[in-house]
Design a protein around this ligand. Structure first.
Ligand code: ATP
Ligand code: MG
Length: 562
């Protein structure tokens, strides 16, 4: 229904694949994978990778595997495994029967490690983690060989078997690849490939293993075992590519996928590292992984984002090797244009001010017709109930106003959207001088037409007080008050930039009656207020909660200039 979605634009990775296909590489196959570690929920950065990998598979008639990179059971759990599948599906992608876990390959990975040992290309080291760091050298100094580097193959085989059997404590031994301690690339200085982890229960393999393979060893071999052709990852793995290739070159593997790196998505006014997101959730700075202020897919969904808008965003930002920072306005623009096309219009009063029409017959009501979309007739119309007791928004009235104020002023006129022109005759205040009610008169001749000879410029929204649906409305602002909260700054932590006003909860809002039929997750434009969705976690019978997805216009530009 939405017309905004474009076909995935071309990029350097597509060019590489086109060339590979022309050259007849991989027997013309294109096989990608999306390999999340289940140690948190997916975020909008992951969406970039998902849209890229699944998009390539779709456009080239290939396959895309969903593979859990689950080699670090300490931080991983089944909640994350399930949430990730849910989010990928919601984004619109289907891995069919191609769901894999790196842990599916633990036995094979173990055998590859044994193969390396037998080839004299891996050894068991007794150095502690700290000593290994010391021996590693620096960017300017070569590393030094471990005293255990020259162990015989037999000794290494026996020690590795005993590591597996649980004979050693955590950290007592590691298995390392034997590459080159003087390599200018630190990743090649005999990286660890297996470490000991006692006492953790892996969400897939339980207590079967006490040794766990390291990421770099696991990843290239998992890719190969799944016959991946193009292994796409983010730029920080560029320096790991020689290691990726080294393992595959040394071992007898089914195929040698090509690793290609692209730049990760960075988005202003938020953080994307899972460590930081975990911290925000665990320390209660937000209400959970699906808090609508987070850049998680679950948070964006709860906020009212559509999968189409997120895919469109991923297309607009493109894929390159250039590091960059994307403005929040770009993401918001995607959801705004999607919802502009498809969200039905409704009236909702967020800061209610009572209006009594003194000349409207007591007890009378009228059913007025309102169109659901100003540009799209196919979206039809609805009835809104008019009566003599209304609410308008407090911000639509000023007792004394500057000339440019086009709404209601004392003694002035304004048009009620889809209804009549009213005139404010009297302003009622409480003992503290607060305006609590307006007494107005309506002009029965003005339904759907302007009064003769009078100019009524302003149009405001309203609801009938006795017919309105009471609701809570949550207005979200950016979670951080700095565009790059996690950039390194002396003495500052990203949490120092948390915006204390990122959530404004309005508990007594009044919505037009038709919204009583809204279903959890339904999205609307509340005219003049923005786009809102009925909280996806809403349960029928409870007081409705509407989350503001986005304002009607870009408010970010203004913020940036403050
Ligand atoms: P973090 O560094 O926050 O822990 P990660 O990269 O380790 O994130 P993974 O679960 O390993 O998270 O990521 C799965 C895939 O998503 C990887 O291929 C990774 O490169 C990609 N990815 C993660 N973050 C981004 C991002 N910001 N932009 C683009 N791709 C990303
Ligand atoms: Mg990772």
């Amino acid at each position: 229904m939405s017309h905004i979605e474009t076909k995935a634009p071309s990029n350097f990775i597509r060019h590489i694949i086109d060339e590979d296909l022309k050259a007849g590489k991989n027997q013309g196959r294109v096989a990608t994978r999306f390999p999340p570690e289940p140690n948190g929920y997916l975020h909008i950065g992951h969406a970039k990778s998902i849209v890229l990998n699944f998009g390539l598979a779709r456009d080239y008639g290939g396959t895309c595997n969903l593979r859990f990179d689950d080699t670090n059971p300490h931080a991983e759990n089944i909640e994350f495994v399930e949430a990730i599948q849910n989010d990928v599906r919601w984004l619109g992608y289907d891995w069919g029967n191609r769901l894999f876990y790196a842990s599916d390959y633990f036995e094979k990975l173990h055998d590859y490690a044994v193969e390396l040992i037998k080839k004299g290309l891996a050894y068991v080291d007794d150095l502690s983690a700290e000593q290994i760091r010391e021996y590693r050298g620096t960017l300017t100094e070569p590393g030094r060989n471990s005293p255990h580097r020259s162990r015989t193959v037999e000794e290494n085989l026996e020690l590795f078997a005993r590591m597996r059997a649980g004979d050693f404590n955590d950290g007592e031994k590691v298995l390392r690849a034997k590459i080159d301690m003087a390599s200018p690339n630190i990743n090649m200085r005999d990286p660890a490939i297996y470490r000991i982890r006692h006492g953790v229960i892996h969400h897939q393999t339980g207590e079967e293993w006490v040794i766990y393979p390291m990421y770099d060893f696991t990843h290239c071999l998992s890719d190969s075992l799944e016959s991946i052709t193009h292994s796409i990852c983010t730029l920080e793995f560029e320096d790991h590519r020689p290691l990726y290739d080294w393992f595959l070159d040394q071992l007898d593997v089914p195929c040698h996928p090509q690793q290609i790196e692209f730049s990760r998505l960075n988005l202003e006014y938020t953080v994307m590292s899972k460590r930081k997101l975990t911290e925000l959730v665990d320390q209660g700075h937000v209400e959970g992984w699906n808090d609508p202020r987070l850049p998680t897919i679950a948070g964006l969904r709860r906020r009212g984002y559509t999968p189409e808008s997120i895919r469109e965003f991923c297309h607009r930002i493109g894929v390159s090797k250039a590091d960059n920072m994307v403005e929040m306005a770009m993401l918001e623009d995607c959801i705004r244009s999607d919802l502009n096309d498809r969200a039905p219009r409704r009236m909702a009063v967020l800061h209610p001010l009572k209006v009594t029409l003194t000349n409207y017959p007591d007890g009378k009501t009228e059913q007025l017709i309102a169109s659901n979309h100003p540009q799209d007739e196919t979206m039809g119309t609805r009835e809104v109930t008019f009566s003599g007791d209304l609410y308008i928004d407090q911000s639509d009235f000023m007792e004394q106003a500057p000339k440019q104020f086009k709404r209601l002023v004392a003694g002035g006129e304004v048009r009620l959207r889809n209804a009549y022109v009213i005139k404010c005759d009297e302003v009622i205040k409480d003992g503290h001088g607060n305006i609590i009610e307006l007494r107005c008169s309506y002009d029965p001749e003005t339904l759907g037409k302007n009064p003769e000879g009078r100019k009524v410029k302003g149009v405001i929204h309203w609801v009938s007080a006795s017919h309105a649906l009471e609701a809570e409305v949550r207005l979200y602002d950016r979670l951080f008050s700095h565009p790059t909260p996690d950039a390194a700054r002396e003495g500052k932590d990203y949490k120092d930039y948390i915006n204390p006003d990122s959530l404004l909860t309005l508990t007594h809002c009044y919505l037009e009656q038709s919204l009583v039929d809204a279903q959890a997750g339904d999205r609307f434009q509340f005219e003049r207020e923005g786009y809102f969705c009925l909280d996806p976690l809403h349960l029928p019978g409870n007081k409705p909660v509407f989350n503001r997805t986005v304002t009607l216009r870009d408010t970010w530009a203004k913020i940036a200039n403050q």
